[in-house]
Design a protein around this ligand. Sequence first.
Ligand SMILES: C[S@@+](CC[C@H](N)C(=O)[O-])C[C@H]1O[C@@H](n2cnc3c(N)ncnc32)[C@H](O)[C@@H]1O
Length: 297
Amino acid sequence: MAAHPKQQVVPSRAAIPSEELIQAQAEIWCLSSAYVKSMALRCAVKLGIPDAIHRSGGAATLPGLLAALSIPEARQPHLSRLMRLLATLGIFTEAKEGGVVCYRLTPASLLLVHDAGANGGACLSEYVASATALSDSLMAYLRLDEWFRSDVSASGGGGSPAFVMAYGMDYWAAAGRDAERSASFHELMGSDSRLVAQVVLRECGGEVFGGAAAMVDVGGGDGTMARAVKTAFPHVRCSVLELPHVVEGVRAATGGGGDDDDGAVEVEFVAGDMMDHIPAADVVLLKVRDVVDLVKP
Ligand SMILES: C[S@@+](CC[C@H](N)C(=O)[O-])C[C@H]1O[C@@H](n2cnc3c(N)ncnc32)[C@H](O)[C@@H]1O
């Protein structure tokens, strides 16, 4: 005989202590307004706050920031609110030093500084400030519920599901039809790759690449990772497997075979689909955000 499911007790608000109810209300407000955090970060980048703090030696007071950013008087009282929010998010630190509030960079905001000497060229500001990346995500995620209600096969196959729902094609197909979108995406990913390359080479460079003769970066974008590996380990033959439109874009930008424009760092570009073929190599690198999305059902 089938067991009866346990009788469910429907939770009632009346049974929840007032303190918990108010806490729950705050959590809902925080979650539904969470975009304020990313907009505040974007605003700080667009105002140039990380660069301004960096230029003033890694620490700045509020009057110092107001002067450096040329904020009009009418808006000045609001900057401290923005800075306080970002300090609570760990983007800056806020502390009284010698009786005045002082803001300092954290490891997170150091990655938003444009000075290559400060962060080895791994500046993520363009990604944070990119209107295209923002509107692509917004357009897609605003309709996530619709995607759940829809038949995925009817809405276009692989790729980020929410993007497919909004645009009727996956991101890579959209990028293939729009050279500007594709170039801007790869520029943004390139800055991210500069950071990841530093960490990968520092943490496991010799162990992985020291004894390797060939490496292929699968879905390797504009070749930033491959070039970093080649620079650190010149004996490794480095290639990048990418979709044909990406390889075409790189070739057009470099005016040739896709190798570095000064010819010093030679990286071979192979046009193809990773689902069909991956060139043989001792090391296969896969730095993609959404491996699951890449794999077609
Ligand atoms: C998130 S991006 C990462 C790019 C690069 N690895 C980086 O981190 O800067 C994913 C890359 O995979 C490529 N890609 C997507 N589907 C692919 C496929 N089927 N075959 C080869 N490359 C693909 C895209 O063109 C894109 O450049």
